[in-house]
Design a protein around this ligand. Structure first.
Ligand code: DSN
Length: 412
């Protein structure tokens, strides 16, 4: 940042403050991660200077020869990582990846079936406040009330009744394994497409730590910045038969120029994800999540579905008598960053909520293991059970900084 510090000290100072926040705190937001220095370098490179509308070999601008090479590398590496027949690495985000699939395979007003937002789904899966809820006839399944897990009988029954065009599986706050094969079979039975949005668990799927959807469901969409540990962005994978329609929907259907610095950084991320160490990393994410979940439950907190199979867990705060907003605020004061989240059968607004979502991708990228998870789980339980005790928050904040400062911000 030495150049920026000279030319724009104000923004350089803000970036430095954010670096220190990340370094001295514990980031437990389940959808975030840290990127390597190599990914950062590609993001901050001259690749950002260029327009490259179109696809490799078929651009609408001259001078794209190196952009073609970068995008081809990104596509090939992503295909290799997941064993996909086709990959599109241009979507600017996960929502835009989803949008491209909807635009390619569903007419306005047709049926979109997905998991309810309060049960763990995502805004772009049919929420009334997203374009998806306004453009399509949405039907949404809930989890089994007792187990708080997916019940494929409920999904099957709804699919037969609603006859949707696309069934979405995948979630942003679901702590359990998803059976993509079961979803595809349900879709096949009613003549629907099945789209798996694996944004949260892409790293786990790529490494076999969670069963993959690629080659199983009709389409797979993802972000590249969560458990995949790359730059912020999206991608789509599918079989060759759908390739042309997907590509046309992304460009020129709903995006203009691709962000070529981000695509170069995606290529870097996919190469990193092909290394054996990335599998170990993803295994450790899940091990850490299990230990953190057990520690929270031992500390007297209730977890939705009683635990986790993946990188995240949801604390149900109703028995504590506090809201997600309150818990998020007090944990923030203790140097622990989490997000309030709705839980199944939520009674509060999405801005208040009854739950907290907690994930281990960032702390695992920093190199933390089971011992640190026990420590962190203990701190979280202490803070949420005593939310008016400023002295406790101050004390834990110091301990958090002392521990976090020992770990890197730049994974290899
Ligand atoms: N907003 C992301 C999350 O936090 O899960 C998903 O897009």
């Amino acid at each position: 940042m030495s150049y920026l510090a000279k030319t724009d000290p104000q923004i350089a100072d803000i970036i430095e403050k954010e670096r220190l926040r990340q370094l001295n705190g514990l980031e437990l937001i389940a959808s975030e991660n840290l990127v390597s220095r190599a990914v950062l370098e590609a993001m901050g490179s001259v690749m950002t200077n260029k327009y490259a509308e179109g696809y490799p070999g078929k651009r609408y601008y001259g001078g794209c020869e190196f952009h073609d090479m970068a995008e081809n590398l990104a596509r090939d590496r992503l295909k290799k990582l997941f064993g996909a027949e086709h990959a599109n690495v241009q979507p600017h985000s996960g929502t835009q990846a989803n949008m491209a699939v909807y635009f390619a395979f569903m007419k306005l007003g047709e049926g979109l079936m997905s998991m309810k937002l309060t049960q763990g789904g995502h805004l772009s899966h049919g929420s009334p406040v997203s374009f998806t809820g306004q453009f399509y006839k949405v039907s949404q399944y809930s989890l089994d009330q007792k187990t708080e897990m997916l019940d494929y009988g409920i999904v099957d029954e709804m699919a037969r009744k609603e006859k949707p065009r696309i069934i979405v599986c995948g979630a942003s706050a679901y702590p359990r394994t998803i059976d993509f094969k079961a979803f595809q079979e349900i879709a096949d039975d009613v003549g629907a497409y099945c789209m798996a949005d694996i944004a949260h668990i892409a790293g786990l799927c790529a490494t076999g730590v969670h069963p993959t959807s690629v080659g199983v469901t009709s389409f797979t969409t993802t972000t590249t910045h969560k458990t995949l540990r790359g730059p912020r962005g999206g991608a789509i994978m599918c079989n060759s038969e759908y390739a042309q329609a997907v590509d046309k929907a992304v460009f020129p259907g709903m995006q203009g120029g691709p962000l070529m610095n981000t695509i170069a950084a995606k290529a870097v991320c996919f190469e990193e994800a092909l290394r054996p160490s990335f599998k170990e990393y993803n295994k450790q994410i899940v091990k850490n999540a299990k230990v953190l979940a057990d520690t929270l439950m031992d500390g007297g907190l209730r977890l939705v579905s009683g635990g986790t199979d993946n990188h995240l867990m949801l604390i149900d705060l109703t028995t504590q008598g506090i809201t997600g907003l309150e818990a998020e605020t007090v944990l923030g004061k203790a140097g622990i960053t989490v997000n309030k989240n709705t839980i199944p059968n939520e009674t509060k607004s999405p801005f208040v909520t009854s739950g907290l979502r907690i994930g281990t991708p960032v702390v695992t990228s920093r190199g933390m293991k089971e011992a640190e998870m026990r420590q962190i789980g203990g701190w979280i339980a202490t803070v949420v059970k005593d939310i008016h005790n400023e002295a406790v928050m101050k004390d834990i904040k110091m301990k958090v900084a002392a521990m976090a400062g020992r770990f890197t911000l730049y994974p290899d």
